[in-house]
Design a binder for this molecule. Structure first.
Ligand code: NI
Length: 165
């Protein structure tokens, strides 16, 4: 495994549409393994392939809603699409490509995603709360959408520190 460089918001790559993954080969597995290492090192909760310069429809989302005493785990989503969503949440959202900045973004509270795993097998996964937010955020990256364009407004340092917004 190897760390990959995370592109930041100035990079035009982040605003491009990604192509589907068609080959579920060792090269894809290497990419996913590298992304997992990069995500862990950056202490993030999600990472999309375009953020490491690969314009393919692959993302990682950290499932943080786990029973006490159990480890959080990374969900690999290849060619994902949202098949159902419900509820609403509004909260602070950030991105490893926009370091140190957060904005207020509305997202569904529950999201169901259909995707392929690294071997090409289809599965369905549901996320709640932060995980639902993360699914939406990472899938947006695949369409060249960075959260700053969806934020009602960006939050000031004061608001972030006080937690009042
Ligand atoms: Ni992001």
């Amino acid at each position: 495994m190897a760390l990959r460089n995370i592109l930041t918001q100035e990079d035009p790559t982040l605003y491009k549409e990604c192509r589907p993954v068609t080959d579920f080969n060792p090269r894809l597995h290497q990419l996913l393994d590298d992304m997992a290492e990069t995500l862990a090192k950056a202490n993030g909760v999600g990472l999309a392939a375009p953020q490491v310069g690969v314009l393919r429809r692959a993302v990682l989302v950290l499932e943080t809603n786990v029973p006490e005493g159990q480890d959080e785990y990374v969900i690999e989503l290849i060619n994902p699409r949202i098949v159902d969503s419900s509820g609403e949440q509004e909260g602070a959202e950030g991105c490893l490509s926009v370091p140190g900045e957060y904005g207020l973004v509305k997202r569904p509270m529950q999201v169901k995603v259909r995707a392929q795993n690294r071997y090409g097998e289809w599965f369905t996964v549901e996320g709640q709360g932060l995980t639902a937010r993360c699914f939406c955020h990472e899938l947006d990256h695949l369409d060249g959408v960075v959260f700053t364009s969806k934020a009602e407004r960006m939050l000031s340092q004061e608001e972030l520190e006080s937690g009042e917004y």
